[in-house]
Design a binder for this molecule. Structure first.
Ligand code: MEV
Length: 446
C-alpha cells in the first residue's frame, strides 16, 4: 500500500525522483527519461527548476515559426509552441493566402482590466454607499506606493465602484475596480492593489462612527483579479474581393464564400459546432500565448466566457459578403504582457519576443488575435472544401511512423509515397509493413 509522504517539497530533486521511482514507476526507464530531459547547462536547468515547486524534469513542446504574416502592413514571423501537427502548417498557409490580399488589419479597441473585492455587509445599503464615497480617496491613497511605478508607465487605477449584488446573494457587495497595466499582464499589480483596498476598506469601516456595530463588522470574502476582460478587446479582420477567394473561377469562389459563411452561421447558432470552431481559433492563440510566456489558462477562460456573453456559447469569428467584398473578422478579449512574469526569464520566450521585434502588449494582442483568425480561416477553408483529414493526416504521418519506430529511410520513402495517397492510420501501417517485408526479403536474398 502506498503511504502518504510528508515534507516532499523539501527533498532534493534526486531524492524526489528516487521516491517516485520506488513508489510509482515500474521500471528504471521512467527515471532515466526524467533525467534525459535535463539540460546540460546547469544554470539553465536551475532556472527552469525554480519556475515551479517539485520540478523533476522539463516538458518539451515544439517551438516553430509561421512566417509571412502581413499585419497592419508589417511582415511578421509568428513563433508558436504547439504539439498538434497541422497547426503551424495551417497558420502558414493562411498567412500566405492573405499576404497577397492586403494582409490582416488589427486594432486594439481598449485595454481595461478588472479586479474585485468581494465582501458581505449586513446593514443599510444607503449608508454603505455614503461610506464608500468617503472611503474612496483613502483607497486610492492606500496603494500609492504600489501604483507609483505603474503610473510612471501611464497605467494605474482607473476606477473603483461599489456594486450591490444582494439580489444574487444576501448581503453580497463588491468593490469592482478597473486598471490599466500597460505592457504587463498585471496580475500581481492588480492583486496587490485589491488586497490593500480590502484591508483599508475593512479598517475604515471599523472606525466609521455612522455604522452600527453590525455594519462595522463587514466581512471580506476575497480579493482577486478577474480573467474576464470584456473591456480589453482586440479586433482582427481580413477582406478581399469574392473573386479572389479559393476556386478555379468566379463561380467557385462565390460558392466558397457562401459555404464559408454558412459554416460560420452554424458555429454562431449551434454550441456543439461553436466549441470545436473556437477550439480551432485557440490552436493559434494558445500557441503564441505559450511561446511568448503568457498565461494561456487565463486567456482560455476569458475568451470562452466572452464567447458566451449573450447567454449562449457562440462563434468568435464572423463573415459577410457585401458589395462583392468578402469580410472575415473576430473580436476577442486578451490580457497579455510583454514585461514581467516569464517574459524576461525564459530564454525561449525572450527569443520569441525578439522574433516579434519586442512588441508592446497591445502589439502582442494584435499578433495573437491574427494567429487565431488565420487558424480559423485555414480550418474552415479545409472543412468546406477538402475536409480536415487530408491536410491533418499529411502532417500526422510522422507521429504514426515514430510510433512504429520507423527508420529515417522508411520515413523518407513513406512520406514520399503518401504525397499523392490518402493518409489513414491503417494505410500507413500497411505500407510500412510492405516496405519492411520487402527489405527483409532483399536482405535474405543477399
Ligand atoms: C482541430 O484541432 C481543430 C478543428 O477541429 C477546428 C474546426 O473544426 O474548426 C479543425
Amino acid at each position: 500500500m502506498i503511504e502518504p509522504i510528508s515534507g516532499f517539497s523539501k527533498l532534493t530533486k534526486d531524492q524526489k525522483i528516487a521516491w517516485l521511482s520506488k513508489t510509482y514507476l515500474k521500471s528504471k526507464e521512467g527515471e532515466k527519461t526524467l533525467r534525459q530531459y535535463w539540460n546540460e547547462d546547469l544554470k539553465l536547468q536551475n532556472l527552469h527548476d525554480e519556475f515551479t515547486e517539485n520540478s523533476l524534469s522539463n516538458f518539451y513542446l515544439p517551438f516553430g515559426i509561421a512566417p509571412n504574416f502581413l499585419i497592419n502592413g508589417k511582415l511578421r514571423a509568428i513563433p508558436m509552441a504547439i504539439e498538434e501537427s497541422s497547426v503551424i502548417a495551417a497558420a502558414s498557409n493562411a498567412a500566405k493566402f492573405w499576404q497577397t490580399r492586403g494582409g490582416f488589419k488589427v486594432e486594439v479597441l481598449n485595454t481595461t482590466k478588472v479586479g474585485q473585492v468581494h465582501f458581505l455587509f449586513k446593514g443599510s445599503p444607503e449608508k454603505l454607499e455614503r461610506f464608500f464615497e468617503i472611503c474612496k480617496p483613502k483607497l486610492h491613497d492606500s496603494v500609492s506606493d504600489i501604483t507609483a511605478n505603474m503610473e510612471k508607465r501611464g497605467g494605474g487605477i482607473l476606477d473603483i465602484e461599489l456594486r450591490n449584488k444582494t439580489d444574487l446573494i444576501e448581503n453580497y457587495y463588491q468593490l469592482h475596480c478597473k486598471f490599466e497595466t500597460r505592457d504587463s499582464m498585471g496580475a500581481n499589480f492588480i492583486n496587490s492593489c485589491l488586497e490593500k483596498f480590502a484591508d483599508t476598506f475593512y479598517s475604515e469601516a471599523l472606525s466609521y462612527s455612522v455604522f452600527t456595530s453590525e455594519e462595522k463588522d463587514l466581512e471580506i470574502i476575497m480579493s482577486i483579479l478577474s480573467n474576464y476582460v470584456p473591456e480589453c478587446i482586440v479586433r482582427a479582420e481580413v477582406s478581399c474581393s469574392v473573386k479572389e477567394l479559393p476556386g478555379e473561377n468566379t463561380e467557385d469562389a462565390k460558392a466558397f464564400a457562401e459555404k464559408f459563411i454558412t459554416a460560420l452561421r452554424i458555429a454562431e447558432v449551434e454550441p456543439y459546432r461553436a466549441v470545436t470552431h473556437n477550439k480551432g481559433i485557440m490552436n493559434g492563440i494558445d500557441a503564441v500565448v505559450l511561446a511568448t510566456g503568457n498565461d494561456f489558462r487565463a486567456v482560455e477562460a476569458g475568451i470562452h466566457a466572452y464567447a458566451s456573453r449573450n447567454g449562449k456559447y457562440s462563434s468568435l469569428t464572423h463573415a459577410s459578403v457585401e458589395n462583392g467584398m468578402f469580410k472575415f473578422w473576430m473580436e476577442i478579449p486578451l490580457a497579455l504582457g510583454t514585461v514581467g512574469g516569464l517574459t524576461n526569464l525564459h530564454p525561449l520566450v525572450k527569443v520569441a519576443l525578439e522574433i516579434l521585434q519586442k512588441p508592446s502588449s497591445r502589439e502582442l494582442m494584435e499578433i495573437v488575435a491574427v494567429a487565431g483568425l488565420a487558424q480559423n480561416f485555414a480550418a474552415v477553408r479545409s472543412l468546406v472544401t477538402t475536409g480536415i483529414q487530408k491536410g491533418h493526416m499529411k502532417m500526422h504521418i510522422m507521429n504514426i511512423l515514430n510510433q512504429q519506430n520507423a527508420s529515417l529511410e522508411e520515413k523518407r520513402q513513406l512520406v514520399d509515397h503518401f504525397r499523392k495517397q490518402t493518409v489513414t492510420h491503417s494505410n500507413v501501417i500497411r505500407e510500412l509493413e510492405k516496405l519492411r517485408t520487402l527489405d527483409s526479403y532483399k536482405s535474405v536474398k543477399k
